[in-house]
Design a protein around this ligand. Structure first.
Ligand SMILES: [Zn+2]
Length: 219
């Protein structure tokens, strides 16, 4: 299975007429936030694969513009769905045999949209705990892949309030042992910057730009 992950920056390798040659064989596309909806629409229609996304802290412009386009506040959702992309924020989905949980937003730093305090995010996670237990009973595992915008605390995060990771994501990794946690939000400026790390049973991937997850194992 090949999963194309994108985040934070429109990547010219993906936003290209050669996208089908390069990534036409992926099974699934995951977008970890802060990307223009038109870009997700382009990927979705060019590759014709399921595209799941979570919103980042900079998805505010899109909300305003698209809400205006539809003349109602919930417009952005219609706009998003019209592109074939599916918002998986605080939702479980089963796609291509994978149990996927989406967690949007970043640490709260200026009261903007899609920002959460550590407590608020932990509370939202606690509400999802019964579903994690249910999955463990029914599927034998709580979740395979967690798609977030922000990183976990201490893995790929920074010390400034905006880019600090969530401690409760560490708890989630210990409790639910997902195979992957895919995040964005932390921009990589240097090829030497760490993009992939291991934390317990979980491979943590910073999808900044784009990254391919390849796996032989069946879910
Ligand atoms: Zn961000």
């Amino acid at each position: 299975m090949r999963i194309l992950c994108v985040s934070d920056q429109v990547d010219p390798l993906v936003y290209s007429h050669r996208v089908k040659e390069r990534y036409g064989d992926v099974d699934l596309v995951l977008a970890a936030g802060d990307l223009p909806m038109e870009y997700l629409g382009f990927i979705s229609s060019m590759l014709n694969r399921p595209l799941l996304y979570v919103e980042g802290n900079h998805d505010l412009g899109r909300l305003a513009v698209s809400a205006q386009a539809y003349g109602r506040p919930e417009g952005h959702r219609l706009y998003a769905e019209s592109f074939g992309a599916v918002d998986v924020g605080f939702t479980f989905v089963r796609e291509e045999g994978l149990l996927i949980l989406g967690l949007p937003g970043s640490m709260r730093y200026n009261r903007g949209p899609n920002q959460f305090t550590e407590f608020h995010m932990a509370f939202r996670l606690a509400l999802l705990a019964p579903r994690l237990l249910w999955n463990r009973l029914v599927y034998g595992r709580a979740v395979d892949l967690v798609l977030t915008h922000a990183p976990p605390r201490g893995v790929h995060d920074r010390d400034d309030p905006c880019h600090r990771g969530f401690r409760c994501f560490r708890w989630l990794m210990r409790f639910a042992a997902p195979r992957w946690l895919v995040h964005g939000h932390v921009h990589l400026y240097d090829l030497a910057d760490v993009r992939v790390s291991t934390a317990g049973a979980t491979t943590v991937v910073n999808a900044f730009g784009h990254w391919i997850i390849e796996t032989e194992e069946a879910p």
